[in-house]
Ligand binder design. Structure first.
Ligand SMILES: Cc1cc2nc3c(=O)[nH]c(=O)nc-3n(C[C@H](O)[C@H](O)[C@H](O)COP(=O)(O)OP(=O)(O)OC[C@H]3O[C@@H](n4cnc5c(N)ncnc54)[C@H](O)[C@@H]3O)c2cc1C
Length: 396
């Protein structure tokens, strides 16, 4: 008998979608498959762990709507299921006068998005974060920290208890469209299903192609590298400290994060990766290089941002440059206090005209829902994204 819904990708978005579906329609026959042996192995397991408040995103965007409500849902989920979480608050810090206009714009955006924001002068910032340098800051009390890999593991456990068929180590390799159902060809045999949801993150455009859809945007992987301080220097920062972001980019800039285990992480930068799962410099995929050369959008993007890309690559290759950038926020930081830590790779969609897709991007047809852009704050917003997809499926 065919499944009702099969979800490709057991990251936090795929698992949250299955969770929302089983909550909304108990009794539905659902399968979640992931090519890796454990859940949340890619973006979900390699990020800053920050529960975002909705400060940055254009009012009216899905990111703005889902980050704010999703953050609250995430705090509740963690509290209900004993997952460590702290509402630490964060500061966004201007380090030079030319950033003040952008800081004021962020304040306006935050207020329009319903986010509680207060302004701090130099003394206020010193009181909150004594070691951070800045001339003015925004304080956002509702940002916080958790461990999204832990959230994914808990979602998987809840799904197993509700009878959802969980198949790790199972890769989608092809799709056949039969008149009455989809036949998913996987590394572990065929799965027959009425509907399917593509939550394949770094591979979401490739999965859309397997499904016979031409994706309106392509995934460009951006590696985010982190350093971790020694335990002696972690107390330099109390909570979460962010720079004023560059408006040309959807990334938030190298920030200082007290993780849920108390460690202090510095990063991530945003280096174009040479493979979809390009966690290291040496990870180079010929398939990805071919895409870079052939895809017009990726070529336009490379031309437009080569200067910023080159600066990021330099900061990635030369530790003192990375340290110097971080010292703008934290002058007391010393290179010998920093150890390289695990990197993550972001799945960032790029439109054919070379623009980075800013908002979440979901497309659907009668059988498929494809999540084609779910970068930060999608971990924060995952429970809301899952509910939205479940509602889309219920409507048909
Ligand atoms: C460095 C970094 C920092 C970040 N910081 C934050 C933050 O602080 N706060 C926040 O809210 N967000 C943050 N994010 C973003 C957040 O991690 C992602 O938005 C979120 O994890 C996306 O989840 P996902 O389920 O869509 O993707 P993923 O977690 O990548 O899951 C996709 C899954 O699909 C599977 N898959 C792919 N292809 C196939 C196939 N053919 N068959 C079977 N399975 C397949 C993969 O194995 C993978 O497990 C950050 C991301 C990065 C990389």
């Amino acid at each position: 008998m065919a499944n009702d819904v099969t979800i490709i990708g057991g990251g936090i978005v795929g698992l949250a979608t299955a969770h929302a579906l089983i909550e909304q329609q108990p009794g539905l026959r659902i399968t979640v498959l992931d090519k890796e042996r454990h859940w949340g192995a890619h973006q979900t397991g390699h990020n800053s762990g920050v529960i975002h408040s909705g400060l940055y995103y254009p009012p009216g965007s899905t990111k703005a709507r889902f980050a704010r409500a999703g953050g609250e849902a995430m705090y509740r989920f963690c509290a209900d299921h004993g997952i460590p979480v702290r509402r630490t608050g964060k500061v966004v810090v201007a380090t030079s006068p030319d950033q003040l206009d952008r800081l004021a714009e962020l304040h306006r955006r935050g207020t329009a998005n319903g986010v509680a924001v207060t302004e701090l002068d130099r003394a206020g910032l010193r009181e909150r974060e004594p070691n951070v340098a800045g001339i003015r800051a925004l304080e956002v009390p509702d940002a916080g920290i958790t461990d999204f890999a832990e959230v994914a593991r808990k979602l998987a456990q809840l799904l197993a208890e509700r009878g959802v068929d969980l198949r790790s180590g199972t890769e989608l390799l092809g799709v056949r469209q039969d008149p009455a159902q989809l036949v998913l060809l996987t590394s572990d045999g065929e799965i027959r299903t009425r509907r399917a949801v593509n939550c394949a993150g770094l591979h979401s455009d490739a999965v859309a192609e397997l499904a016979g859809t031409t994706p309106p945007a392509r995934v460009l992987p951006f590696r985010g590298e982190y350093y971790e301080t020694t335990s002696f220097t972690r107390d330099l920062v109390n909570a979460l400290v962010y720079p004023v972001p560059d408006p040309a980019f959807p990334f938030l800039g190298v920030h200082l994060t007290r993780m849920i285990d108390g460690g202090l992480h510095i990063g991530p930068n945003a280096v174009p990766a040479l493979a979809r799962e390009g966690y290291r410099w040496g990870a180079i995929s010929p398939e990805h290089l071919r895409r870079l050369v052939r895809d017009p959008g990726l070529r336009v993007l490379a031309k437009k941002y080569w200067r910023t890309g080159a600066a990021e690559i330099a900061r990635s290759a030369v530790k003192p440059l990375f340290v110097r950038a971080a010292q703008r926020l934290l002058p007391g930081l010393r290179g010998h206090d920093l150890l390289r830590s695990e990197a993550g790779v972001r799945a960032q969609a790029v439109a054919p005209d070379g623009t980075l897709v800013d908002d979440f991007l979901v497309v659907q047809d009668s059988r498929w829902v494809h999540v084609l852009n779910a970068p930060s704050p999608a971990a924060t917003a995952s429970l809301l994204i899952g509910r939205d997809i479940a509602e889309r499926l219920a409507k048909d």
